[in-house]
Design a protein around this ligand. Structure first.
Ligand SMILES: Nc1nc2c(c(=O)[nH]1)N(C=O)[C@@H](CNc1ccc(C(=O)N[C@@H](CCC(=O)O)C(=O)O)cc1)CN2
Ligand SMILES: Nc1ncnc2c1ncn2[C@@H]1O[C@H](COP(=O)(O)OP(=O)(O)OP(=O)(O)O)[C@@H](O)[C@H]1O
Length: 199
């Protein structure tokens, strides 16, 4: 079996490019991304919003929370505590939230059942990604966590397809065409430092 396919190579190059961004560029872009997202009705109408904590140069969605509307509540993904369940849970993020590092060395809230919200009852999910294309296909870190967690969206019709998945990424992460696999759950939109894409 080959150790690297073209997709592996793309993933590696883009991750390297992301990790090389200076903190100044990251912060400026993060501010623009948050500004573009705030203008969208998909954000203004959302009450329960999942973000993530960025690592290794991932686009930083934390500014979205700093400019939240009064009734909005925020959530962070945690790896399901059941070892073979490769799905994400979403845990409420507030001033009391305590964190630990997961096995990928990403900080995540301690998974308290009382702070959990089912994926299908979120109103907006801001997703990390390595690359995206113009039809909303998403390449992630390769764990399939978001695809598994939102697999139920495939059974919905266009109008009942909730929650919307909105990617957040740098313009350089746009790729001509990604191969869409049967398990891939496409993005409904994406915010970059220059614009909002509707897919
Ligand atoms: N910030 C952030 N949080 C997230 C994700 C993400 O992509 N970004 N995830 C999105 O699904 C989930 C975690 N999934 C991940 C899957 C693979 C790797 C990763 O870095 N894999 C390494 C091997 C790391 C190791 O085993 O130590 C690699 O591919 O090189 C990280 C996170 C949940 N939380
Ligand atoms: N709904 C699913 N059921 C079973 N396996 C799945 C499902 N979704 C994805 N997978 C498996 O997960 C693996 C990784 O998928 P993929 O490369 O698309 O991940 P990704 O979207 O890049 O990662 P992530 O969502 O964690 O950022 C694949 O081998 C795939 O078979």
């Amino acid at each position: 079996m080959p150790t690297s396919t073209p997709e592996h190579i793309q993933r590696r190059l883009l991750r390297r490019q992301r990790a090389a961004l200076t903190p100044q560029v990251q912060q400026q872009c993060a501010a623009s991304m948050a500004r573009h997202l705030r203008q969208q009705s998909v954000f203004r109408n959302a009450r329960h919003i999942a973000l993530y904590l960025p690592v290794r140069g991932e686009a930083d969605p934390r500014g979205i929370r700093r400019h939240a509307l009064p009734r909005q509540q925020f959530y962070l993904p945690v790896l399901s505590p059941f070892r073979h369940d490769k799905r994400l849970w979403f845990i409420r993020w507030n001033a009391q939230t305590r964190f630990r590092l997961n096995r990928f060395r990403i900080p995540e809230p301690l998974p308290h059942y009382r702070q959990q919200r089912a994926a299908r009852w979120l109103d907006l999910v801001v997703t990390p990604l390595v690359a995206f294309d113009r039809s909303g296909t998403r390449m992630g870190m390769g764990g399939g966590f978001y695809d598994r967690t939102f697999a139920f969206k495939r059974r919905a019709t266009l109008h009942t397809s909730r929650p919307p998945l909105i990617g957040i990424a740098y313009d350089f992460q746009a790729i001509d065409k990604l191969v869409r696999q049967p398990w891939d759950i496409p993005l409904n939109g994406l915010v970059s430092e220059t614009q909002f894409f509707h897919f």
